[in-house]
Design a binder for this molecule. Structure first.
Ligand code: DGJ
Length: 569
């Protein structure tokens, strides 16, 4: 797609490029995104890849020495991807003088620890604030202007209107991508996150005079043309506001979208999106790794944009981001709110590829990862602050966390199973033959879930311990259809039952075996039967709801995978 900021972006490219885009020869094994079936997958080393990740704390990756004690922990957790910051201030301490030694060390150590890296480019903005720009940028507000409040006071946030700011950021970013192209011949770095949780704090829009002038000017043609071209597929938030204001394709921001906070937010979204598109384009001209941005999502207590960063890639502004930033491949949510599936649904609309750069670890993280990958076609999942986690149980032989809330065991277990299953999962994602359930005791509406897959309705319920009314706090299941009456199931603290979609028959379990996938091959262990599959004996009651009384039971700390063959009676 043509850039809405082409003349601007070109000037950035010329500044930032030692090797202009036309001359570069792209490596065949370059990490890239690919649409397979209805999902977008990340292709690494020529194959679909499931990123079982973890994001480091913000400052960890700036020091090779500091990272020394972190790598063994990451290795013990069993991640295959580490998300790590690369900060502009460290990379370009003096204008035009670049130092990528910390990044080089990170790549070397990631390779030694057999993980891939996602580089988080912390530059103009981090959590909406500006603190990662080098001191020479901080000290020159003339050249690199700051946001202004309504009363004209400056905030410590770079204004999107700074033309030299975007050029300087893009130049450093392009230098990093050029460097990666030159040094990262093993393709350890597989994606880049551009900035971090951008958006304006404190007010709905920037009142810097240049920003105010742009707000009073006509909406750029690139955006109105996008609205007209996508009239029928716009997300409801934008479509409704635009339609309510008369569906105009020209006019000022308030004429096109109406007067109010949402229009201010859309304006800021356009400002951030086009600024970051220029940077993304400069980087892609050097080395076109997949690029995503992450959103600080709206919190329940927020009343208006500015309470949360206004103009960030929040769900309600996605159309503006798509129109303004075609060089950005994904708009990702950082999900710390409990209702993970609801947020993910909002952020995966209109074909937005699914990757979660920041969320929780623990058993909640395990359920989130399984749901994202099994139900939403995610290419990966990553809890934040991963190095704070470890094993609290000495059973593993590795004890790195003393605080029980930092126990990585449930997530590490889920990652191990997901990793073993990943070739199969990725094929099932592409074929649309995979589903997942995410269950929580605290919310009665999600203590059970019903999934339709193949010819069966599959019920997943938090597992009741026999003789007790207690439910476990969290459960999950991932179900893949291997054949007409055959399924592979990964589950945790759940019972799974089957019911034919059609006819009056019931589903019986022809054969159930537990086991593992090892090097892509199913290695069976126990044949499960008797108490291990009998969920209830009130068969007449069960029959009323078309249940045989038998099902798959996933109990205990580390339940194995199960393969089931069904029959009808
Ligand atoms: C979200 C940010 O994106 C992270 O970099 C970090 O600041 C966390 N919040 C802290 O909770």
């Amino acid at each position: 797609m043509k850039s809405p900021l082409l003349p601007f972006a070109v000037s950035v490219l010329l500044l930032g490029c030692a090797a202009p885009s036309g001359r570069q020869k792209l490596p065949a094994d370059l990490p890239h995104l690919e649409k397979r079936g209805n999902v977008t997958q990340l292709i690494v080393d020529g194959k679909p890849f499931l990123a079982l990740g973890g994001e480091l704390h913000n400052s960890s990756s700036t020091s090779t020495a500091y990272m020394k004690s972190i790598w063994p922990k990451l290795r013990a957790i069993g991640l295959n991807t580490v998300l790590a910051a690369v900060s502009w201030e460290q990379v370009e301490p003096e204008e035009g003088v670049f130092d990528f030694s910390a990044l080089d060390d990170l790549i070397r150590d990631a390779r030694a620890n057999e993980v891939k890296l996602v580089a988080l480019w912390f530059a103009s903005w981090k959590n909406g604030i500006s603190s990662y720009q080098p001191a020479w940028v901080k000290r020159d507000a003339e050249r690199f202007p700051l946001v202004k409040t309504k009363s004209g006071a400056a905030l410590n946030i770079l204004s999107t209107t700074g033309e030299q700011t975007v050029q300087a950021d893009a130049k450093a970013y392009a230098a990093m991508l050029r460097h990666l192209r030159e040094v990262d011949t093993d393709r350890t770095v597989i994606m880049v996150q551009l900035e971090n949780e951008v958006g304006l704090h404190g007010d709905t829009r920037d009142y810097h005079p240049d920003a105010a002038a742009k707000f009073g000017a006509p909406v750029p043609e690139a955006l109105t043309a996008y609205l007209a071209a996508h009239r029928d597929s716009l997300l409801p938030e934008l479509r409704d506001a635009w339609t309510a204001a008369g569906g105009k394709t020209s006019g000022t921001w308030e004429e096109v979208f109406g007067k109010g906070d949402y229009t201010d937010e859309l304006f800021m979204a356009w400002r951030y999106a086009t600024y970051m598109n220029a940077i993304a384009e400069a980087g892609k001209a050097e080395y076109p790794l997949p690029v995503f941005v992450n959103a600080w999502i709206v919190q329940p207590q927020d009343k208006r944009p500015g309470d949360y960063p206004s103009g960030g890639p929040q769900a309600q502004t996605h159309d503006v981001w798509r129109a303004g930033a075609p060089a950005i491949d994904m708009l990702c949510p950082d999900i710390y709110l409990p209702e993970f599936p609801d947020v993910l649904k909002l952020y995966s609309r209109a074909g937005n590829p699914v990757f979660i750069p920041e969320s929780s670890a623990g058993v909640n993280g395990a359920a989130n990862a399984v749901y994202a990958i099994g139900e939403m076609g995610a290419m990966g999942y990553s809890p934040f602050g991963i190095e704070a986690y470890g094993y609290v149980s000495s059973a593993t032989g590795i004890v790195t966390a003393e605080d029980a809330s930092k126990d990585i065991s449930p997530l590490a277990f889920a990652y191990r199973q997901l990793s073993d299953l990943s070739p199969k999962i990725l094929e099932h994602q592409a074929a649309g033959t995979i589903r997942a359930a995410w269950l929580k005791r605290e919310n009665p509406s999600v203590r059970e879930a019903t999934l339709t897959l193949g010819g069966y309705r599959i019920s997943v319920a938090l597992r009741k311990t026999r003789g007790s009314a207690d439910l476990p706090p969290v459960g999950y299941a991932l179900v893949m259809m291997d054949g007409k009456d055959e399924y592979t199931v990964m589950g945790y603290d759940v019972d799974v039952t089957f019911e034919p979609l059609e006819g009056a028959h019931m589903a019986g379990l022809a054969k159930v075996q537990e086991g593992d996938y090892v090097n892509g091959k199913w290695v069976a262990e126990r044949w499960l039967n008797g108490d291990e599959i009998q969920l209830r004996y009130d068969l007449l009651e069960a029959q009323k709801v078309r249940q045989s009384g038998q099902g798959l039971r996933f109990a205990g700390a580390n339940p194995k995978l199960q393969k089931v063959e069904l029959f009808e009676f």
